[in-house]
Design a binder for this molecule. Sequence first.
Ligand code: DLL
Length: 436
Amino acid sequence: MKDLTPDRASLDPIEIASRDEISSVQLGRLQWSLRHAYENVPFYRQSFDAAGLHPDDLKTLCDLAKFPFTVKTDLRANYPFGMFAVPRDQIARIHASSGTTGQPTVVGYTQNDLENWGAVVARSLRAAGLRPGDLLHNAYGYGLFTGGLGIHLGADALGLTTVPISGGMTPRQVRLIEDFQPTGITVTPSYALSILDEYAAQGLDPRASSLQVGIFGAEPWTNAMRNEIEQAFDMHAVDIYGLSEVMGPGVANECVETKDGLHIWEDHFYPEVIDPETGELVAEGEQGELVFTSLTKEAFPIIRYRTRDLTRLLPGTARSMRRMEKVTGRSDDMIILRGVNVFPTQIEEALMATSGLAPHFQIELTRPARMDQMRILCEAADASMGAADRERSASALAAAIKQTVGISVSIEVGDVGAVERSAGKAIRIRDHRNKS
Ligand code: DLL
């Protein structure tokens, strides 16, 4: 793999500034952001007032911990535009979550917000090793989802040539990668695997492709999956994180030279990690739920938003800004199986370590005789695999899960294509427990 480390001179000075400089920028911006939210969004005025707090009470960064949290239901209760801090006619763009689990969450951006978003995504793409003039195959979905258009903004800001292909039509994805010769690809890790399958289906060698780096996010993925993708394509695989409520993609990104967790662009997003049970800040470096406060957003300031994502904060390495460890999963996706906490990423790790199986999987939960059961549907690595080999791989995977996670599960090794594919975020869990 080619060394893609960006020149130090090409970085934004703040990325490598001293911690004191970063904290001083954060404090000024945080005071502005709290005041802006309080003065322009009735929800924040009520929630601060109810807690007996005023934006002036924030004298140091640590004072933020006194302020109340914001959660997804607060955003839903203010559907559609109640959380906006500027008049609707100053909103340049609206995005929204799909709303499959209820009222969609609507977010808005002013023209300045779009510029800042472009700047942090450009920073992310540069950290991943892309430079002006590179060609980018952007296979995140375009539309209300922030992935496609968010990456696009950053690619424009960095000066890339963007192919806005969006998700889906997998044979065409492969054809255009082969014809246009991109340096980078932006896509969910699960859809990258579908593109990989399509390479095999077309009899093409992915290692011979022009791709030098893939920038994967929008869903949890493990270091085991990173190895799998890097080997398969002979390219770097780096992690990009973000969420619509805070901005979209580009809240944090891994650096290609270290791949040791994601640097949070702390001059725009202030991170905290809390104990999800008590809401208290955890000790430095401990795992917990990630909470974000926006520092520069005009249209949709967000104060102490509980992401539900579980991670820990680590000191800076390739940049001065702090890192977040690869997200283990969302607290919503944590399965409690007969008293044991299980994340789909743990199943992914065990699957990757088992030979004879493709990297696709889905977890099915049922409750036949009032006992929770987990079944993992996965696939034979190749169509010619016979019943005995499948049986062997299934037993090996069940044993690995028993050993690493501590639960007994049943495994079904289906044919190639048996696991449902998605062109965006994979659906990892099918929970039938209330129906069985
Ligand atoms: O998924 C934004 C995005 C687009 C990020 C493209 C990266 C690339 P939402 O649809 O609002 O926004 O979903 C946000 O996805 O709270 C996490 O649970 C999960 N997520 C996003 N990035 C990662 C990642 C976009 N790198 C939710 N690792 C977040 C693990 C991630 N989970």
